[in-house]
Design a protein around this ligand. Sequence first.
Ligand code: KG4
Ligand code: ZN
Length: 346
Amino acid sequence: MWILGIESSCDETGVALVRTEARGGWPQLVAQALHTQAAMHEAYGGVVPELASRDHIRRVLPLIQQVMQQAALPLSELDVVAYTRGPGLAGALLVGAGTACALAASLGKPVLGVHHLEGHLLSPFMGAEPPTFPFVALLVSGGHTQLMCVKAVGNYELLGETIDDAAGEAFDKSAKLLGLGYPGGPALSALAALGNPQAFALPRPLLHQPNLDFSFAGLKTAVLTQSRKLGDELAARKADLAASTQAAIVEVLVKKSVKALQHTGLKTLVVAGGVGANRMLREQLQKDCQALGAKVHYPEPELCTDNGAMIAMAAAMRINSGVETAQKNYAFHVLPRWPLAQIATA
Ligand code: KG4
Ligand code: ZN
C-alpha cells in the first residue's frame, strides 16, 4: 500500500511517500520533500500565521509533484492520502487538509487525518532500530513538552506535561533575548557548545516535585534578568549564558524522563520532536538511561523536526494496526487544539 503524507501544521510544508508491507512489517519511507519557512518568519522573530498559510499554499503542490517524481509513481497508484489534522495553526492545517481531500477526491481514494504529535511519537519507527511497545515517550517540540506512556499504536496515556512554555519555546525565547534569531534552538545550542554550563545558576522549576510536569516560563525571565545584570559584559559572556540556559532545560528534561521510566517500570524511552535534535539532551539521556538499564530511541536527526514522513508513517501504522481505516469522506474538520490523550474520541 502506498501512503502519501502531507504536513502543514506550522512553518514547514512536508510531503512524503511511504510503502507498507515492506521492511519486515514496518512501513518504509520511499521519498520525501520539505520546505521550511524559517527564513521568511525570521524577520518577525516568530511564526506569522497568515504568512505561513499563504506559503503552504504556494509550496504544497510542487512538493507533492517532487515526491511522486522521486518515487517514479503515478498519482493513480496512491492508496491513501494522509494529512495533519491538528494540533497547529488553523489556517496552515486547512491548507494541508484541503489539498489532501481534494487530491484524494479527484483520485477516488480514501483520506486519513493524523495527529501531529502521534507523527512525532512514531517517527523513531522509521529508524534503523525501531523501538518495541510499551515505552515512555518524551515529546519535546516548539509547542509541546509531554511525557507519555505508549502502550500500542493509538494508546497514549499522559504522564506529565508543561504547565506553561514548551521546551522548544524556552530555547527559542532565550535565544531571542540573546539576539540569536529564529528558530533559536539550534543557534543557542551551537553557541552553548563554546560556553560553561555552570557559569550561571538558572532555575530548574518543578525538578524536585514528585509529579512529571514541567515549567519553563520562569527560565526566560531569569535569562532576561541575568543578561540585564551583565550589561556591557553580555557580549563576552553570551556563550556562558547560552550554555547555562541549555543545561537548565536539559537537566529538567532528563531527570523527569528518568522519573517517568522509574514510575512506569519501563525500560524504553523514545524521544521525539524538534528539541530531540539537541546534542546535549541526547548525551545526557544516553548516560542516565544507560545507568538505569534503559534504551533510548530517536528519530533520524532530520526527522526530529516537522516533516511529511512522520505523518505518512503514523497513518500507515494506524491502518496496519487496525486502529483506524482511511475513509472516502472528503469533508475535513481540522483540530487546532487536540490533546493527544483524546485521540480516540476526536
Ligand atoms: O517539532 P518541531 O519541528 O516543531 C513543532 O512542532 O513545534 O520543533 C521545533 C522546535 C523549535 O523550538 C526549535 O528551536 C527546537 O525545536 N529545536 C532545537 C534544536 N533543533 C530544533 N532545540 C534545541 N536544540 C536543537 N538542536
Ligand atoms: Zn512538530
